[in-house]
Design a protein around this ligand. Structure first.
Ligand SMILES: *Cc1c(COP(=O)(O)O)cnc(C)c1O
Length: 360
């Protein structure tokens, strides 16, 4: 039995989505109308924050949020190298200099120690990533005394001590790319914050740097969440907790089926309720295992084999001789296995058996 890497589908919601999108089409409001406003309110309530600002995608969300937090050209922003490249790209597009910090190769997230090692007097913000649906140790990072932006693109609905990822620091950003835990039907993103000024500045930046559409007070962006996407998100947000529960059940099923005998499983951290955006295990010969699994029809993938500090576009931000041993280990050993809201018990068994057969 073949098991694809992504076991998620919107099929069962297609009829409702089509009906809802038809209403928006007939309503004639397509940009910054009632659907965006309502979604912003509903997502803010879900997260327990005061403000949500819908933007065009999760990458713009980071760029705009950094600028809204006061990051200016030449400022340093500490971020992991082991992340989706967009985290770093968005930092550069805000005019800032990314300063790469290491990650814990077991959680794949930054720690207070790895971030502290990268701080300088020019550090204007810290940009931890809640990678793969885990949650970075935000309370410890807050003690470093630098404004924090959470890249929660992979962690919609995750919790740390009962509070939602993205709501734990000065601001957070989300992506609604179709493969994320809370998807829309194309590109979409959001910035969330409790800070009135940061929210207002983000609203201005997403609309060409204007509050009133007549006076342009700073050079901003054309980056709004579409009405159509907001309408889809309003329909899907009530599903998010159930979907995340299904992902956690699949993770539990993997562990119960003995997957941990063959690969290192995601390490549960006290107080964190992860959402397994991807189910990422570790193996010393991850690429060989991936090839073996693919030969058996099991989807598997190493996402960030070449971390950002070694990518052609961003390597020059790394100082000569920068050593990030946790990042190198994570890059080499991580392997995403099939995960999703519809992963069956048989699929879990199939994956575990394939891993047991391993490299033979
Ligand atoms: C997906 C993602 C982004 C970018 O989101 P887009 O909506 O694709 O622009 C940023 N950071 C992380 C960690 C992501 O996974």
């Amino acid at each position: 039995m073949a098991v694809p890497l992504f076991a998620t589908s919107l099929d069962s919601h297609a009829a409702r989505l089509t009906e809802k999108l038809g209403e928006v089409v007939r309503g004639g409001r397509y940009i910054l109308g009632p659907e965006v406003e309502a979604f912003e309110r509903e997502f803010a309530n879900y997260l327990g924050v005061r403000h949500c600002v819908g933007v065009g995608n999760g990458t713009d969300a980071i760029t705009i949020a950094l600028r809204a937090l006061g990051v200016r050209p030449g400022d340093e922003v500490v971020c992991p190298s082991f992340t989706f490249y967009a985290t770093v790209e968005a930092t550069v597009n805000a005019g800032a200099t990314p300063v790469f910090c290491d990650v814990d190769p077991e959680t794949f997230c930054v720690t207070a120690d790895t971030v502290r090692a990268a701080l300088t007097p020019r550090t204007k913000a810290i940009l931890p990533v809640h990678l793969f649906g885990d949650v970075a140790p935000v309370p410890e990072l807050m003690e470093l005394g630098v404004p924090l932006l959470e890249d929660a693109a992979q962690a919609a609905g995750a919790r740390l001590d009962g509070r939602r990822a993205g709501s734990l620091a000065q601001a957070g950003t989300f992506s609604f790319f179709p493969s994320k835990n809370l998807p829309c039907l194309g590109d979409g993103g959001a910035i969330v914050t409790d800070d009135d000024d940061v929210a207002q500045r983000a609203r201005r930046l997403r609309f060409h740097g204007s509050d009133d559409k007549k006076t342009f007070v700073e050079v901003g962006y054309n980056s709004r969440l579409d009405e159509l996407q907001a309408a889809a998100l309003r329909l899907l947000l009530p599903e998010l907790d159930g979907w995340n529960q299904a992902r956690r059940r699949a993770a539990t099923a993997y562990a119960r089926a003995g997957l941990g005998d063959h690969v290192a499983l995601p390490r549960p951290v006290d107080g964190i309720e992860p959402v397994h955006h991807l189910y990422v295990v570790r193996h010393e010969r991850a690429e060989e295992l991936r090839a073996a699994l693919e030969a058996r029809g099991i989807g598997a993938r190493g996402y960030y084999r070449v971390p950002a500090h070694r990518q052609p576009a961003t390597a020059h931000f790394a100082p000569q001789g920068l050593e990030l041993p946790g990042t190198d280990e994570a890059a080499r050993t991580h392997l995403a296995l099939p995960m999703g809201t519809g992963l069956s018990g048989e699929a879990v068994e199939e994956v575990v058996q394939a891993c047991a057969s391993g490299l033979t």
